[in-house]
Design a protein around this ligand. Structure first.
Ligand code: C5P
Length: 239
């Protein structure tokens, strides 16, 4: 709850993980990260966030049974629904949004299952900004210079005006409903969630994210996440 408003997290986890080089055999959310599957690490961060009331997970059909077992084994109490995702990320988020659990919330927070190092602090800051402003996104400044390729020619935007969008991304429920509806009507497929609200001409608040909030996409990312998690655990006296 944030100021009496119910908060539902949607965790899209229905990707195929082909960039992990393991083909479709195993979803990247099930890969162990220091002995615990990535999906459980991510769900654990939402479980421990005081700002989040309910969690909906969207998965590939083939993974639903095993993830339900993992969630039960971990003793998580906030995961209300584990449902099938769609062909693209946005479809998976839309299906999560259509759930009964999301319908009962005033704020929706979306977070990639493959970002297991998100902190409870960042989750709460993004939710609070969305509660205040309508929509919010965690983002970091690019360390490299950004180039945009336009029909073969390059442009170099001012790095001081660029952000790299991460998740969590959060919304007042009505505003996200409007964004999803417009995107559906116009056949727009975004690679993130707040882009749907930007298209409505509405302001999205930026919350400083963290370079440690890595997205596990390739085997190299997994190695980095293991190192970062090891450091986190050392700081907290865990193994
Ligand atoms: O790599 P990508 O940006 O598509 O994945 C981000 C998140 O969206 C991952 O957690 C992935 O499991 C999820 N996803 C999904 N449904 C899809 C594709 C990706 O839930 N069809």
């Amino acid at each position: 709850m944030i100021d009496g408003t119910r908060v539902c997290a949607i965790i899209p986890a229905a990707g195929s993980g082909t960039r992990m080089g393991r083909g479709d055999a195993r979803s990247k959310t099930l890969i162990p990260l220091r002995a615990v599957p990535v999906i459980l690490r991510t769900l654990g961060r939402f479980e421990e966030s005081a700002a989040v009331d309910d969690v909906v997970v969207t998965l590939r059909e083939a993974d639903i049974g095993s993830v339900r077992d993992l969630i039960a084994g971990a003793g998580f109490r906030k995961v209300r629904e584990v449902i099938p995702g769609g062909a693209e990320r946005q479809d998976s988020v839309r299906l999560g949004f259509a759930s009964k659990t999301a319908a009962a919330a005033g704020i929706i927070v979306v977070h990639d299952a493959v970002r297991p190092l998100v902190t409870a602090g960042l989750i709460e800051r993004v939710i609070r900004a969305a509660h205040r402003e309508g929509a919010a996104v965690a983002a970091v400044r690019p360390k490299d210079t950004v180039k945009i390729e336009l029909s073969g020619a390059l442009e170099t935007p001012d790095r001081g005006r660029c952000w790299l969008a991460q998740t969590p991304q959060a919304f007042r429920r009505d505003l996200f409903a409007e964004g999803l509806e417009r995107a559906g009507k116009e056949g727009f497929h975004g690679t993130d969630d707040v882009s749907l609200v930007e298209r409505l001409g509405r302001v999205v608040s930026i919350v400083e994210g963290s370079y440690n909030n890595v997205k596990i996409t390739t085997p190299g990312d997994l190695a980095i996440a293991e190192l970062l998690l090891g450091r986190e655990n050392a700081d907290h006296g865990q193994s």
